[in-house]
Design a protein. Structure first.
Length: 91
């Protein structure tokens, strides 16, 4: 364990950071479609659904959709940039 764990920690961390955006987008898509996380729990997909329902019901401003969409985009881009930077430093 003393020899294996230090050598395995970096690849495990890199793989986790590379897969995190894919997992987030999958969960968000499923929650947006109503299959994922149910309503009492918070999810970016449920926020998108609520914003879309609000926009369609009020026939109002579509800018309500931008807040959760921007948060998802910013998080995914940030994690991808972080993982690429750490991968570049590791190599």
């Amino acid at each position: 364990v003393r020899h294996i764990l230090p050598n395995a920690a970096r690849p495990i961390m890199m793989q986790s950071l590379l897969l995190l955006p894919a997992f987030l987008l999958s969960e968000t898509s499923l929650s947006f479609l109503g299959v994922g996380v149910q309503e009492p729990a918070a999810s970016w997909g449920s926020l998108l659904t609520a914003a879309a329902d609000l926009t369609l019901l009020q026939r109002g401003d579509a800018l309500v959709l931008l807040a959760p969409a921007f948060a998802i985009t910013l998080f995914v881009a940030g994690v991808r940039l972080l993982s690429r930077g750490l991968q570049h430093i590791a190599e």
